[in-house]
Ligand binder design. Structure first.
Ligand SMILES: Cc1ncc(Cn2c(C)c(CCOP(=O)(O)OP(=O)(O)O)sc2=O)c(N)n1
Ligand SMILES: [Ca+2]
Length: 527
């Protein structure tokens, strides 16, 4: 013992990390040739799958996860899902195998040229240690920095001939005792001022983002909403569900256009935002950021989010902690709120079925503990039809990059077997990281994959209308057998042709201890 490899595994153990997600090349074999018995290596057949798995695993476990990728080619394949990991503030430590120092100097095959630069725009920190003895320190810093608010991915490139070098035993003893505690909380003054303004505002509104989707955030948000009888919206382009969807204060999901957001906030003199960037717009529509007479204050742990917002004031600090503290200093209002109905009756016709009918059938089959991972862009504005009652119930790709949902669902289920995962994956989104089905089958991860098949990129057809691009090619997906695709990867699959059989298959899958896929014919949109 005493090698850099042993020290690497010791550092991971220190932080409770004993799973490595990855896809290997020859550069990585010196690390993987002796994976200790208390570790498991989860093979992904594409590096996008590896990062998706690690992202879901980190979000559901609350512990940083570790990925090991193959040089530049592997890192390149991982970049798509790294955009989601970065946008989602998810602590993932990406390690990649570098060619030996001697060969890298020659740009020999499998050299990751200028490795730290490759990942840089998508990670908090990117490095390739100068000495083999620095590798354990870099990995230790990477784990601690990835988890430090605002959390996010880091990248460590490690030359293949470092692993068998002698580690520095004295340094390692110090490293394996390291910990960084706590997250920056907002100063008392600005929070008291916000509570004051909320208490005196004529018609304040609460907007919540993904970073308050946790026990403290839900408790604080419900308490604040109840005390002030506040209407509550979910911030645009949500990657998580931060508030109970059947609560009388719940208003729904804010759209993702500048003008359309301003329209929803019209009439409110104060907008209080917790745990969201202001805002993650998407639809190319014009308009003012805020209606006249409306002011905004946001609380975020991310100084960049605080500084880049185009309007209002910001308070930097843990937004979940802030919700609880602000709730303690606002008056108790008494007017009643009438709940908004988010699930108007769906068209019970079909097949093919409407997105609403498919969502309602999933809601019928699931229970309070079920987790829904949704990467189905026909439903990204209507998932609040689902009755979600507790934190960690809904995940969506945070940067909108497709190919995240399927592996992330497997990662979430691996991290928390007690909460069954239903993955709603569009037939288009499915294609980006479909090989993740093989990893689910190999590890018998009992995700229920539901694939609404409308044989098109429906979301983009809707955008062609919005962006006046009527004759766009490449938006139809004919001629693929989703059931055959899943079966080929070892996941039992079935195509359903009625909502009742869909319900039966959902319940059968939820009772199974392995993955299953259900293809549901989804009605095409008409443009
Ligand atoms: C990696 C990647 N590539 C392309 C897109 C662009 N894109 C694409 C291709 C969409 C269509 C998805 O089709 P789907 O079948 O998954 O779902 P719907 O038919 O319900 O829209 S939505 C969208 O933003 C993307 N978001 N991410
Ligand atoms: Ca589709």
């Amino acid at each position: 013992s005493g090698s850099v490899r042993d020290a690497f595994y010791d550092v991971l153990r220190t932080h409770g990390i004993t799973t490595i997600f990855g896809n290997p090349g020859s550069n990585e074999l010196p690390l993987l040739k002796r994976v200790p018995d208390d570790f498991r290596y989860v093979l992904a057949l594409h590096e996008g799958v590896a990062v998706g798995l690690a992202d879901g695993f980190a979000q559901a476990s609350g512990v940083p996860s570790v990925v090991n990728l193959h040089a530049a080619a592997g890192t390149g394949n991982a970049m798509g899902n790294l955009t989601n990991t970065q946008s989602g503030h998810v602590p993932v430590v990406v390690t990649s195998g570098q060619q030996s120092r001697r060969y890298a100097a020659l740009n020999a095959l499998l050299t990751n040229v200028d490795a730290p630069q490759l990942a840089r725009p998508l990670v908090k920190w990117s490095t390739e240690p100068l000495r083999a003895q620095d590798v354990p320190l870099a990995v230790s810093k990477g784990i601690l920095l990835a988890a430090a608010a605002p959390a996010g991915p880091v990248y460590v490139s490690i030359p293949l001939d470092d692993w068998d070098r002698d580690a520095d035993p004295a340094a390692l003893r110090l490293l394996t005792g390291r910990a960084v505690h706590g997250a920056p909380v907002a100063a008392e003054g600005p929070l008291r001022a916000l509570a004051e303004r909320l208490g005196t505002a004529a018609n304040p509104v609460l907007v919540l983002g993904p970073d308050v989707d946790n026990e403290a955030g839900w408790t604080g948000a419900v308490r604040l909403a109840d005390r002030l009888r506040l209407p509550v919206w979910v911030a645009p382009s949500p990657s998580r569900c931060p508030f109970p969807t059947r609560h009388p204060s719940f208003q729904g999901l804010l759209p993702a256009g500048v003008g359309t957001v301003a329209d929803r906030l019209a009439g409110h003199d104060l907008v209080a935002v917790f745990g969201a960037a202001v805002f993650r717009y998407h639809e190319a529509v014009g308009g003012d950021f805020l209606p006249a007479g409306t002011d905004l204050c946001c609380v975020t742990a991310d100084p960049d989010e605080a500084a880049r917002a185009p309007m209002g004031t910001a308070v930097v600090g843990d937004p979940s902690d802030a919700l609880t503290r602000v709730a303690q200093h606002v008056p108790q209002r008494t007017q009643q709120r009438t709940p908004v109905d988010h699930a108007p009756p769906a068209d019970a016709g079909g097949p093919p079925f409407t997105a609403e009918a498919i969502l309602d059938a999933v809601d019928e089959a699931k229970d309070d503990d079920t987790v829904v991972v949704l990467e189905w862009t026909s439903a990204d504005m209507i998932w609040d039809r689902l009755d979600l009652t507790r934190p960690g119930s809904l995940y969506f790709p945070a940067s909108g990059g497709l190919g995240w949902g399927l592996p992330a669902a497997v990662g979430v289920q691996l991290a928390d077997p007690a909460r069954r995962v239903i993955a709603l994956i569009g037939d288009g989104a499915l294609q980006y990281t479909v090989s993740g089905l093989w990893t689910a089958a190999q590890h018998r991860v009992p995700v229920v994959f539901v694939v609404p098949r409308n044989e098109e990129y429906a979301a983009l057809k809707q955008f062609t209308e919005l962006m006046d691009a009527p004759d766009t090619p490449g938006l139809d997906l004919p001629g693929m057998d989703v059931v055959g695709l899943a079966t080929s990867y070892g996941v039992p699959a079935v195509r359903v042709d009625s909502l009742s059989s869909f319900g039966t298959e959902l319940r059968r899958a939820l009772a199974d201890d392995g993955p299953r896929l259900i293809e549901v014919p989804e009605r095409r949109i008409r443009v």
